[in-house]
Ligand binder design. Sequence first.
Ligand code: CAA
Length: 464
Amino acid sequence: MAAGIDDIAIYIPKLYVDATDFAVARGLDPVKLQKGLGISQMAIVDANQDPAILAANACLKIMQKNKLSPDDIGRLYVSTESSFDESKAMNSYVIGMLEQVYGQDTFEHCGGVETKFACVSGSYALYDNTNWIRAGEAEGKCALVVVSDIAKYDMGSSGEMTQGAGAVAMLLNDDPRLLVFDPKVTSTSIKDEYDFYRPFGKETPIVHGQYSNLLYMIQVRKALEAYKRKAVSTGLIKIGADETVLDHVDYINMHLPYSNMGRKALAYLVRHEWRQLPRWKKVLQKIGSEEPVPNDPQGTIESVLGDEEFMTKDHEFTKMFTKTPEYQEVYEAKLASSLIASSMIGNLYTASLYLGFRSSLEFEFQKRVDLEGKRVGFGSYGSGSSAMVFSGVIQPRYKEIVEGMDLEAEIGKRRRLTWDEYEKLHENKLSPDESMLQPTKEFALVHVKTETESRGERHYIFTE
Ligand code: CAA
């Protein structure tokens, strides 16, 4: 049985920090954010918002748009790494909010859990729910997978410039208008790592930034190797001489902690794939040098990062490589459109990859590309760490969904925060009733109880 994504909806907080304001306040060169990292704005949550609200707002949008009732939904999964409870799953908060609109107990039949594995857990949730449908367990119902996060780092840390917030809701069924997942090729890699983690009780993560960048690329490369093996052995893709698996994937969506990480990761994967091919010689001729090799080629990630001579040469080589027409062609055709939304919104952790997919659909469609039958690849990464590589094919009825996409209209009118406002929100100095914006037709947080017996209970309302 086929299964995949029928429709996709986003909810992005309307407050944002402008990259230039951020750079000025932190004494950085604005070009580092804009060109170095690809960040223009970072969405920031208001004082009356939390990750469950972002998820519920995205769910409500997709349900209203498709005129779905709770009876149409068999499973509701929420994937997040911004969880605020160690036991109560975020999907239960979301169901509580949705029942304010659809009526008490209307989601009683709807199973689901909150999933966690840093930024990759949404991909595991998609895979599990796709298999629930493929197994014929859905009884004609759809699954809702919502990825929702607030990417928040310590004040003054190097991660602070890669913040953002938002949720993406994806509706899955057995006759999707948008994308059918390719069967039997989903591939993973996993390793116990401390590149980025958030211990109990800490609101912001502990991050080893450069380590996490390199680990991300290594893990996705390993998952891609497994994907390639499966794609060939199942007959999904036939790789000819002087070809790589990437030649058979029309669009590539990467996990985007910041927009340029997609560019960086694609360059790393393409280099890895092209190295064995005749075309590599031509590329090396254009660059004018051999590919640098670490002083200890069998070394650890730490030893590679500590090998300054290699890192400098490799940085230079990557820069030259990404300027070659061969790489530029791949970048423009397969990746560039997926990066646009990320630069406007910032890091969405679990939701970043899917915001990128949404962005690619809208901006490729605007270029009048016929997307039907195109294969879309996904490179998902979660710190800690695991990667997942999988793919799907765009369906004949995709236009019903994609022609209505308008990122700016979906975000709505945004408000640029002053530095003082940003700091107050970041330091949680405002209570929900001191929010910057008055929500309309959205869920909002009213109160979090502090009494011993009910500590942590959250009270939400839907505002008309
Ligand atoms: N003008 C133009 N470009 C400039 C510049 C300037 N003045 N200054 C720096 N740059 C460029 C650099 O050359 C670099 O480009 P390349 O990536 O092409 O080399 C880029 O801007 C970033 O500069 P640095 O690498 O020096 O930046 P940094 O070390 O200060 O911080 C970061 C970058 C490590 C990503 C940091 O923001 C961070 O720790 N972020 C959080 C962790 C993260 O996002 N990790 C990503 C992988 S892990 C993951 O994906 C999980 C997750 O979601 C968090």
